[in-house]
Design a protein around this ligand. Structure first.
Ligand code: HEM
Length: 181
C-alpha cells in the first residue's frame, strides 16, 4: 500500500492524539518497517491494519470507527494532493464518484504500477448512486469514510448507507447514496 496512506494516518494520529500515541502504536503493533514511512514508499497493507488495531486498543475506539474517521480525513488530503481530479466537477460527489474506477483509480494505477487500489462497480439509480466495493483487502470501512469525505468535500446532503454483501465473490460491501430532500 502506498506510503501516503501511512504518512496521512500517522499525521491524523498525531493531530488527534499526540506524537507519544504515534510512538506507542508503532511499538505495540510491532510493524516490520519500524513505522518509518515515506509518502513515496510502498508497505504491506497488513501494517495499516496492525496500526489501526493498536490505536483501537490504546483509545478504546472500535477499529471500524477509526477506519471510517481516517477515510474522511484521507479524502480531504487527497483533495489537496491531487487538485486536477477535481477540475470540472460541477456535478458534485455523484460525478466524482462515478469516475472512481475509470478515472481516479485508473490514473492511480498508471502513476504507481505497484499500487493495488480496489475496484468499484458504479450504478446510477433513479434516486442516487450505488457503489459496490471489490477488494482482496478488508478496507470497507475506509471506503465508507472516503465516500463520506467526498460528500462533505462537495458540501452535499447525501445519506451513505453501507450493506455487507455475502455470496458474491470478491464483493464486500455495497454503498447506497441517496440525496436527502
Ligand atoms: C482523489 C481521490 C482519490 C485518490 C487520489 C485515491 C488514491 C488511492 C491510492 C493511491 C490508494 C492506495 C493503493 C495502494 O497503494 O495499493 C487508494 C486506495 C484505496 N482507495 Fe482510493 N483514492 C481516491 C478516492 C477514493 C474514494 C472516493 C474511495 C471510495 C469510494 C476510495 C477507496 C479506496 C480504498 C478502499 C482503498 C484501499 C485499498 C483497498 O481497499 O484494497 N478512494 N486510493
Amino acid at each position: 500500500m502506498k506510503g501516503m496512506i501511512f504518512t496521512e494516518f500517522m499525521e491524523m494520529v498525531e493531530a488527534t492524539w499526540s506524537l507519544d500515541m504515534v510512538d506507542a502504536i508503532i511499538a505495540d503493533s510491532r510493524v516490520a518497517s519500524g513505522g518509518s514511512y515515506t509518502s513515496v514508499g510502498t508497505y504491506p497493507h497488513e501494517e495499516i491494519i496492525a496500526l489501526v488495531l493498536a490505536l483501537s486498543q490504546a483509545t478504546g475506539i472500535a477499529t471500524p470507527e477509526l477506519e471510517r474517521t481516517f477515510g474522511k480525513h484521507l479524502f480531504g488530503r487527497f483533495a489537496l494532493a491531487y487538485p486536477r481530479f477535481f477540475h470540472g466537477m460541477d456535478g458534485g460527489s455523484f460525478q466524482f464518484l462515478s469516475g472512481i474506477e475509470n478515472v481516479i483509480h485508473a490514473e492511480v494505477r498508471k502513476l504507481y504500477p505497484d499500487a493495488e487500489p480496489p475496484t468499484f462497480e458504479v450504478e446510477k439509480g433513479k434516486f442516487g448512486l450505488i457503489l459496490t466495493y471489490y477488494s482482496p483487502h478488508p478496507f470497507s470501512d475506509l471506503a465508507w469514510g472516503l465516500i463520506e469525505g467526498c460528500v462533505a468535500h462537495f458540501g452535499e446532503d447525501i445519506e451513505v448507507r453501507s450493506e455487507a454483501i455475502h455470496g458474491q465473490p470478491g464483493a464486500q460491501t455495497r454503498f447506497i447514496l441517496t440525496r436527502r430532500g
